[in-house]
Design a protein around this ligand. Structure first.
Ligand code: MLT
Length: 421
């Protein structure tokens, strides 16, 4: 065992060799190695660390939402069903799901004034920036019904966010391509409505492709939660201050926009495009990655948690061929991605470092085939992740034990010094 002290608290816990002698202390590493949580150490604020929502075993490549394996949910459930599971802890009955779906359909409209908000932004604006700003602006319309400590308000805000985020996202897309916004069609289900808002136009009826809708629903399920990653911790931390759900989700969207987080699928597609355009070939590219030439990186490989194949990537990869075939798209970038994966997985350099494709590796190719511009990829991640963010915010916020979050700092600077004067 070892004794560690932070901020006046001292705790003892077992340390395995990998962390012995570590000069800096990473609580998430310790948690993985010791099985204890930050609360067991007595160090960490209650805005983070403990949760009943999602289980990940990075060594084995296992992901479960509320105990259900991701593979089973992706196969048998819908996005809204999984959203209910994450938020309320159980799979919904048919009646519960029907009522939830109905409520969400009733809240899809945006206030007309909020629609004008989009015209104030440049058409070159990144859709993630538009999304985050518009979600923050939602709280100005619902100020009297967004009290974070009133359960009725929290329920209403949950439904409003699930209903309106896809509409805002589609408007961000339409704005970027200079097309008119459509009103939602509430006879359509969640994903169908979203597809129509993105790809329909005023002049003609939009016909839904069920294969496309099913594939998108599945991709959204895969992104619904991933324990306390950067954006989810942001949502929890902001929420722990008593800020409402709109403010917290808006902050989470900003955190997700970074290329190391949700922006990674965009970066994968750019990397594949560069390999194709350079004509250098995948093997040469892999050599350059290994030699760290020109800072070139293999995007979409490796994960902070998974030291095994990301279970989500496996499902996405399985879908990729089927989706592209059903859409009649033959994308050489998918072939490049597969070749890259195969070469990297056979190479000792990547094997030793346990670098496997993560969820971002194949999603970009599928989103592109569906017709989404590259800058919308992270927005799709945000729609997928919304139920997880809401579930975490509620878990944290509705727990009477929660205090304002305050990540512990370990001071490593100079000791007390005398001013030279
Ligand atoms: C995610 O799904 O949130 C990403 O893989 C990032 C993470 O888990 O840290």
């Amino acid at each position: 065992t070892a004794t560690l002290s932070f901020a006046g608290t001292t705790a003892e816990f077992p340390i395995r060799p990998a962390v012995q002698g570590a000069s800096s202390i990473d609580l998430s590493t310790l948690t993985r190695q010791t099985g204890l949580t930050g609360l067991d150490y007595g160090f960490v604020n209650t805005a983070s660390t403990q949760s009943k929502i999602t289980y990940i075993d990075g060594e084995e490549g296992i992901l479960r939402y509320r105990g259900y394996p991701i593979e089973q949910l992706a196969e048998h459930s819908t996005y809204l069903e999984v959203a209910w599971l994450l938020i309320y802890g159980e799979l919904p009955t048919a009646d519960q799901l029907g009522e939830f779906d109905e409520k969400i359909r009733r809240h899809t409209l945006l206030h007309e004034d909020l629609k004008r908000f989009f015209s104030a932004l440049p058409h070159t604006a990144h859709p993630m920036a538009v999304l985050s700003s518009a979600v923050a602006a939602l709280s100005t319309y619902y100020e009297d019904s967004s009290d974070p400590h009133d359960l009725d308000h929290v329920e209403l805000t949950t439904v409003r966010l699930l209903a309106k985020l896809p509409v805002i996202a589609a408007y961000a897309h339409k704005k970027s391509i200079g097309q008119a916004f459509l009103y939602p069609d509430n006879s359509l289900d969640f994903v169908e409505n979203f597809l129509r808002l993105n790809f329909g136009n005023m002049a003609e009826p939009y016909s839904i492709d069920p294969t496309l809708a099913k594939a998108l629903d599945r991709l959204l399920i895969l992104h619904e939660d991933h324990e306390q990653n950067a954006s989810t911790s942001t949502v929890r931390l902001v929420g722990s201050t008593g800020a409402n759900l709109y403010a917290s989700i808006s902050a989470g969207i900003q955190a997700l926009s970074g290329p190391l987080h949700g922006g990674a699928n965009e970066a994968v597609l750019q990397m594949l495009g560069r390999i194709r355009d350079s004509g250098e070939g995948v093997r040469r590219f892999v050599e350059r990655v290994k030699n760290k030439e020109d800072g070139v990186k293999l995007m979409g490989f490796g994960h902070r948690v998974y030291k095994n194949y990301d279970p989500r990537a496996k499902i996405v990869k399985e879908s990729a061929d089927a989706v592209l075939e059903s859409l009649g798209v033959n994308d050489p970038l998918l072939d490049l991605a597969k070749e890259l994966e195969q070469i990297a997985l056979e190479d000792d350099y990547f094997k030793e470092r346990r670098l496997y494709p993560n969820v971002d590796f194949y999603t970009g190719v599928i989103y592109k085939a569906m017709g989404f511009p590259t800058r919308m990829f992270t927005v799709l991640f945000a729609i997928g992740r919304l139920p997880g963010w809401i579930a975490h915010w509620r878990e944290m916020n509705l727990d009477p034990q929660t205090k304002i979050g305050r990540p512990q700092q370990l001071y490593t600077g100079a000791p007390e010094r005398r001013h030279p004067s």
